[in-house]
Design a protein around this ligand. Structure first.
Ligand SMILES: *Cc1c(COP(=O)(O)O)cnc(C)c1O
Length: 428
């Protein structure tokens, strides 16, 4: 029988983890079980979860409602091909997604991960312009500091500096980058920013199929919050220059910013929208690309078909998990619940502002961010958090919380205390 140490040694030897080296891997912790907002390691240590496992486990781990939904589906069938066959879990989910997303979005394409849903969105935009007799519209405008996934087309619209563009420069499509939206949720609109976009559109609209952006919050590219009014203005510019507007709601969807979708902070609707991450309550991988009739029927014009079809498209187990997760979300009062979470996080994190290491503390909905002056060494800092009984995984200069929505005030306080203590030990 293998001991826990045998397992960890094998992990080190055999397994690649996200963004890690095989010769100098960072420490990894062996998980035994997880329930509610707690992750229990094989050594018996229990960690309060501040990450929702990359922002997806919004109802906590091992939720009885989602468990039984999956079990029920499992007793029927766990998968069938989506070519030529269909099933109720996918149909129910499509109906529900269309009902809760902005009104124009009426058609759903399921795929297996967020990155792929972005690929699908970009392909939809290019195919749409093709059928409109504008085949030169093949490229995308996107703000810097964005993150849209790790596959090739998704990478091409990620921030060019921290988005691995240097490594893959020759293999990546050259897209059109503009500055990131000025930060601050309530900061007055800077007309120069909109002028920059207008100029970019004026000069290049013949080549531009779409404008892709994470609405209201740029997430993995720096946890930057910006004024939703920019999106209203960008919508108008896109209309003026025949450019499709694509919202990547993979991180912000399903309540994270205090509204069901970040788009709900605006008074406009994108042409294409990607959702993923929290879609299944973090149970399994599933994403969706939604679009309006204009794009869907445009692509389908004169016998046109949309050219994408993943093997595990619309997986029934994943769809049943998503249906259960959305039913749970229905039971919450999102604005109330997430505002409460925001207030707890503000109270728990604000004390960090007195530390010299800290540049800024900011919170929006279920996102709490402590931005430092200097980048963090994850190798050193991760074990410190584990020692303190919390699961927090910083990146760059950011220590942040994106906890499950069911977390308690005491658990938030414990997370905040750990962040304060660990930050206080860092050089400044
Ligand atoms: C995580 C993320 C993606 C990529 O999703 P994966 O499921 O990891 O492929 C794309 N866009 C945004 C905004 C994300 O946060």
């Amino acid at each position: 029988m293998k001991t826990d140490q045998n397992y960890l040694d094998l992990d080190k030897q055999l397994l690649w983890h996200p963004y890690t080296s095989m010769s100098n891997p960072s420490p990894h912790f062996l998980v035994e079980k997880a329930s509610g907002c707690e992750i229990t390691l094989s050594n018996g240590r229990t960690l309060i979860d501040g990450m929702s496992s990359w922002w997806s486990v919004i109802h906590g781990y091992n939720h009885p409602t989602i468990n039984s939904a999956i079990q029920e589906q499992l007793s029927q069938f766990s998968h069938v091909m989506f070519g030529g066959l269909t099933h109720k879990p996918a149909i129910d989910l499509a109906e529900k997604l269309i009902a809760i997303t902005p009104t124009d979005l009426q058609r759903v394409f399921f795929s297996d991960s967020g990155s792929v849903s972005v690929e699908v969105a970009l392909k939809m935009a290019i195919q749409y312009w093709n059928t409109q007799g504008k085949p030169s519209k093949q490229f995308f405008v996107t703000p810097k500091s964005g993150y849209h996934g790790d596959t090739f087309a998704a990478m091409s619209v990620c921030d060019p500096e921290n988005g691995m563009h240097n490594l893959f420069a020759a293999a990546l499509t050259q897209q059109y980058f503009i500055s990131p939206p000025p930060t601050g949720l309530d900061t007055a609109i800077k007309s120069e920013y909109l002028d920059e976009i207008r100029k970019m559109f004026e000069e290049n609209h013949q080549c531009i199929a779409g404008f892709i952006i994470e609405p209201v919050v740029q997430n993995a590219g720096g946890m930057r919050f910006y004024n939703p009014e920019y999106l209203n203005q960008i919508r108008a510019l896109c209309d003026e220059f025949d450019i499709l507007l694509i919202f990547d709601e993979i991180a912000t969807g399903f309540g994270r910013t205090g509204k069901l979708f970040a788009t709900d902070h605006t008074n406009i609707c994108p042409d294409i929208m990607c959702v993923g991450k929290a879609l299944t309550g973090g149970y399994m991988t599933l994403a969706a690309t939604l679009t309006n009739d204009k794009v869907a029927l445009g692509i389908s014009h004169e016998g046109g078909v949309f050219m994408h079809g993943p093997t595990f498209m619309g997986n029934p187990l994943a769809c049943s998990a998503a249906n259960a997760s959305l039913a749970l979300l229905d039971e919450y009062n999102i604005p109330e619940k997430i505002t409460q979470l925001e207030n707890w996080m503000k109270a728990a994190l604000i004390r960090c502002e007195e530390l010299e290491q800290v540049k800024e503390v900011r919170c929006l909905g279920g996102i709490g961010v402590v931005e430092l002056h200097h980048p963090i060494n994850l190798h050193d800092i991760q074990p410190k958090f584990v020692e303190l009984g919390v699961w927090i995984r910083p990146f760059g200069k950011l220590i942040y919380l994106m906890p499950p929505y069911i977390i308690s005030e005491e658990q938030i306080q414990a997370l905040g205390k750990a962040i304060y203590q660990v930050t206080n030990t860092l050089p400044h």
